[in-house]
Write a protein that binds this ligand. Sequence first.
Ligand code: BES
Ligand code: MN
Ligand code: MN
Length: 455
Amino acid sequence: MSDYIQFIESNKDRFFTELVDFLKIPSVSSQSEHNPDTRKAATWLVKQLNDIGMPKVELYETAGHPVVYAEDLRAGADAKTVLIYGHYDVQPVDPVELWNSPPFEPVVNGGKIYARGSSDDKGQVFAHIKAVEAYQKTNGKLPVNIKFMIEGEEECGSNNLDVFIREHRDMLKCDTVMVSDTEWFAEGLPSICYSLRGLSYIEITVTGPNRDLHSGTYGGAVDNPLNVLCDIVSSLKDKYGRITIPGFYDDVKPLTSEEREGFAKLPFNYEEYTEELGVADGNGEFGFTTLERTWARPTLDLNGIYGGYTGEGAKTILPSKASAKISMRLVPYQNHEDITAKITKHLKAITPPTVKLDITPLHGGNPVMIELESEGLNAAKRAMNRAFGKDPIMMREGGSIPIVELFGSELNAPTILMGIGLPSDNIHSPNESFSIDNFYGGIKASAIFLEEFAK
Ligand code: BES
Ligand code: MN
Ligand code: MN
C-alpha cells in the first residue's frame, strides 16, 4: 500500500470531523441573509488550505461572494499543473419541514452523512483538499503543481466567476481542470462524466389591470394575467414534447447511433426509476429514451409560477400580475445567449396586446462536451479503477455547471468531471446526503490521480 493511502486510512476520523465542521456552515449563496455564513465558509476554506500547508492561499473579493484560491507550485515549472475547481456554496434548504434532521446539523445514518451541501459540493471538493494533504505530508512534495479555485456562487449561476477567470488567466494557467461536482450512474458504479447540459433561466411577469379586481364585477371583461400566463407557458411545448420556440433546435447536435447504442447498454432500470420517483410513468420528447431525454435533448420547464390569491380558502380576485420562472436545459451546440434571445422574441410575439410582458434573464451557461481522449481523462480512469476497483462508466449528465465551458475557452485546458456523488444523494432536495465510502474512496482517487497524471 502506498504511503499516502496509509495516511488516508489512518486519518479518516479527523478528515470526517473536519468535513462535519464545514457542513455546519449554512453557506446558501442565493439568500442574502446568509451572506455572513457564505463568507464564513470561504474563510473556513482559507484556514483549511493554510493548515494543509499550501504555500499561497488567497481570498479574492468579487462583486458577489468571494473566490478562494490556493496554489502549491513547488513541483516546478517542468511538472504538470492541475487546477481543482469546486464550490463552497449550497442550495436553499426549503421545504425545511421535510428534512428528517436539521440541514446544517450533520448526522450519520446507514453509511451516509446527511446535511445540505454534503454531496453538492462540499464533500466532493473537500475530498481533493484531503488528497493533497495526504500526498504532501507523506511524500514531502506533490508530483504536480496544484491550484485550487473554489467559488461561492455556483448555485446562483457563477455570475462573477467569468470575470475572475478572465482577469486571472495567467494565474489560473494549467494543463487540466479537475472537477468533482457530478454523480455516479448508480451506487457501486464509478463514473466519469463527459457532457453537461447548459442552461437559460428566465423569469417572466404578465401585468394586466393596474390593481387586483373583483372577479365578479370585472371577470370576463379584461384579460386575466394569470390565465394569459398559463396560455403562454403551455404553448411553449407541443403534444410531442417538442419546444415550439422558432429556431430552438437549430444548433442541437443529433445523437449518433453509436451514442444511442452506448446509452442503451448502460444498466438503466426504467421500472426502478419511475418507482423511486413515485410516478406512474415517465414522459418527455417523443421518440427518445429517458437517458436520451435527460442527457442529450434540450428541455423547457416551469420551476415556479405565482400570482393572485394563494392563501387559505377562496378569495374572488382577478390578479393584476402573474409570474413564472422558466428554465431551459441546453445541449451541444446550443448557445444560452442565442436561446434567451429566441425565447424573448417568441414570448413578445405571442403575448396579447391586452397585457404587458416583462422578461428578466436570471442565469445562463453553455452546454459542455468533453473530448473522450486526453492524458488527464486517462489518468482519471486509472485513478478511479485503482481507488474503487472498477473501470469508470463514461456518462453524460442532465445538470449544469455553468463555468465549465470557460475552462476550455479561457484557460484552454480540458476538464475532467470525476464526481463522487450518488443519484440517491438528494442534491437540491430535502435530506441531501453523501456516501461516506465515496468520501474516503474519493480522497484516494484524487491522490492517485495526482500520481497518475504526473506520469
Ligand atoms: N453539481 C450540480 C450540477 C449537477 C447536477 C451535476 C446533477 C450532476 C448531476 C451543480 O451544483 C448545480 O446544481 N448546477 C445548477 C446550475 C444553476 C444553478 C446555474 C443546475 O444544474 O441547476
Ligand atoms: Mn454542484
Ligand atoms: Mn447544485
